[in-house]
Structure formats: C-alpha cells, structure tokens
Design a binder for this molecule. Structure first.
Ligand code: PLP
Length: 391
C-alpha cells in the first residue's frame, strides 16, 4: 500500500486530529461493509437466521488473532461502554466492597462503577498516579497502595482517554490475580495502537472499541471474557438467549442475538484488520507515534515544558496529551466545549479535543495514517494566533 492517506474521504477543509474519539473508516472498510449490507438486504431471512452466527464466529476468530486471544473468549458489543457495563453487571459486589480505579479513568467508566457500587452499598476508590509518568513500577505501586482487604475489583485503562498515556496493565493484572482481585481493563484506545496482546495481560475482562484506532465502522467493540466467567454471563439487555440457527448453545448466544439488528459493522471488523495489516501494524504504530512525538515537542513550547509522561512509545502511542497554559475553569466534553476548542473549530475547522483534567488544560492530538505534518502545522499556526489574541 503506497499512500494509505488516500483511503480516507475526510471532509475538505477540515483538519481532523481526533481519531481517538471517533475513528473514521478507510475506503476498503466502507466497501466491505457495503458488501455485507448487500448480502443482508438481498435475503435478510437467510442471512440473519442461517448465516449470521457462522459469520460472527469467523469475525471474532479473526479479531481474537489480532488482539491476542481466542475468538471463543470474545463477544461483539457496540462499544467499550457496552462491554464495561456487562462486566460491571456480572461482577458480584457486596456492602463495604471497594472498586479501585485510577485518577486517569474515563468519565463514563467511573460512572458505570459508581452506579454498580451504589446498588451494592460498595464504594469506588481512586488511586492517584504520579506525574509525570516515567516508571512502570511506580504506577503499579501507586495502584496497590490503595488496595485494602475490601478491594474486589481494579478497573484500569490500557491507554487513558484525557491523558492519552499507556498504563502498565500487565503488571497490575498479574499482581491483582495473585491477590484474588478481579480486573477489568478499559482498552478502546489500545486496539491497534498498543503492541501488548491480551494473552499477556491476565485480566478477567477487557472492554474495547474497534471504531477508534482500528478504524472499523462506528458501533463496533468487543468484550474479552476470561474462560471462567463465560458460562452464565448475563447481558445488560435480555433477548432470546439462544442461536436462531438451532446450533448448539454457546455463552455468546445472550450477546450475539440482541434482537434484530444490523451486524454489518461487526462483520467488517476483519476488513479493518486486513487494511491495517496490509500497511503493516508496527509500521502504523511507528509512523503515527513519530507524528505524535512531533506534536508533543511543539505543544510543550506553549507552556512551561511540563509533560504527562516520559517521551517514549512505552508511555504514549499515536495520540498525545500536552498541558496547555490556560486558566479557564470550564468543563469539556460532553457538555461545554472549551473556548479554545470551539475557536479552533469555528475559525480554522480544526478538530482537536481540549480537556480540563485535574486543574490542567490538556490539548490532545491524535495521528493516524491520513495525518500529515502539514495538519500539525495548521494547528500550531492557529495556536500561535490564539496565544497572541488579547483575551
Ligand atoms: C479510555 C476510554 N474508555 C472508554 C471509552 C468509551 O468508548 P466508546 O464511546 O467507544 O464506548 C472511551 C472513549 O473515548 C475512552 O477514551
């Protein structure tokens, strides 16, 4: 593949630096999806009743090979949020139990566990990670400092949202398993971006989205479930609970027929894997990390040079968050958009999230195969203009 950038049909005039929130699909993935839609729409009865279960099994097998686990341990879900809800519904909590999360977790994930704890009379506990992140052992220690005999679950991002850092989930899950603590990894950004495979992370659940860095169709995600939790795993929405084909029962039946739905996004996930593999997955990581590194170096110059982590692919991949000098005490996505984010969009048609996190303002840049150094320059030129505006 010579120029993968040509494979995306992004809107003219827009500088899209937010693949990390919503990753558009390249042309071959859209084409594969249209093919699946054609097959479905030309004979829905045959497709949904006789064929679908087999196609979904083939697609989870392919996805399992890509992320490093057996397809028998994977179910498709619409997004990481849905996967996280299934995990939270199925891990029994009692009064007084504690669910430990880091202070870098995604807002919706914190809320899911807050709700689960509230129902059970349990509570969430936050581990504050040292900043900047430079040593994996220190991060693991910061998590385990907050473990008590009541800790039942640890929830940790593989790659965080606001801060865009890679966390040592492997070490955290290993130590948690030794202590009999259930682990749930929140991994939507790690799919394709991280080279750490699920089979090296001894977690109980791993929730992820394929519509971020893998660039599969929007509405595609998965939940990895450790074998011992598969049988009897409850869905968050009840349906028939059995295959329409009359095939032998499987634990996936509760999830892979949620009622009539459009499965073509899930079935196009293998096409997204093919696309990335044809470019080279490691090459994708190297190229996009190089761009993120350039972005980081320049963004640092706006403030006092502080960063959230060491400058290494061990700590950030295709996406980087950098503190930006700003006093605005404004909430951001979802809800009020930061004035700088709104201005970048309205004046320059640049899509880049600006996030208020722990009294800092972070500017997060995502780089994918369509990102060119000129796109970063457009951002920097706009930021130069912003800092010179008398505000
Ligand atoms: C770390 C993290 N977890 C979970 C999610 C939720 O992902 P989705 O909206 O695909 O469910 C996000 C979304 O950006 C995220 O960044």
């Amino acid at each position: 593949m010579d120029s993968p950038a040509q494979s995306w049909h992004l809107q003219d005039g827009v500088t899209y630096l937010n693949h990390g929130s919503f990753g558009p699909s390249p042309e071959p993935v859209l084409a594969a999806r249209w093919e699946w839609i054609d097959r479905l729409e030309s004979e829905p009865m045959d497709f949904l009743v006789r064929q679908l279960a087999g196609h979904l099994d083939a697609a989870t097998d392919r996805l399992g090979k890509f992320v490093g686990c057996s397809g028998d341990n994977l179910i498709f879900v619409p997004n990481a949020t849905a996967g996280m809800n299934i995990a939270a519904t199925n891990i029994p909590l009692s009064e007084g139990d504690e669910v430990l999360l880091t202070d870098h977790e995604y807002g919706a994930v914190v809320r899911i566990w807050g709700q689960a704890c509230q129902q059970a009379g349990a509570k969430t506990v936050l581990a504050r990670l040292p900043l900047p992140l430079t040593n994996r052992g220190d991060v693991v220690e910061a998590v385990f400092e907050r473990v008590t005999p009541r800790t039942k679950v640890i929830v940790i991002s593989h790659v965080t949202s606001q801060t865009a850092v890679c966390l040592p989930v492997q070490e955290v899950c290993e130590r948690a398993r030794e202590q009999g603590i259930t682990t749930v990894v929140d991994g939507p950004h790690a799919v394709a971006m991280s080279c750490e495979r699920i089979d090296t992370i001894p977690c109980d659940f791993y929730a992820a989205s394929c519509h971020k860095w893998l660039s599969a169709p929007l509405g595609t995600g998965f939940l990895y479930v450790r074998s011992r939790h598969k049988q009897g795993l409850k869905p968050t929405m009840w349906s028939w609970g059995k295959s329409l084909t009359g095939a032998a029962p499987s634990w996936k039946d509760e999830f892979h027929w949620p009622g009539t739905f459009d499965p073509t996004g899930y079935l196009s996930v293998p096409a997204a894997i093919d696309f990335l593999e044809s470019f080279g997955v490691q090459k994708f990581r190297d190229v996009t990390h190089g761009l993120a590194q350039q972005a980081r170096a320049k963004l640092q110059t706006y403030g006092d040079g502080s960063t959230l982590s060491a400058d290494s692919p061990d700590w950030y991949g295709s996406m980087v968050s950098v503190p930006f000098p700003d006093e605005t005490e404004q909430a951001t996505f979802p809800g009020d958009m930061h004035p700088l984010q709104a201005w970048l969009w309205e004046k320059h048609r640049i899509e880049v999230p600006i996030i208020r996190w722990k009294e800092q303002t972070l500017l997060r840049v995502s780089c994918h195969l369509y990102t060119e150094p000129e796109h970063l320059d457009q951002l920097f030129t706009a930021l130069d203009e912003w800092v010179n505006i008398d505000q």
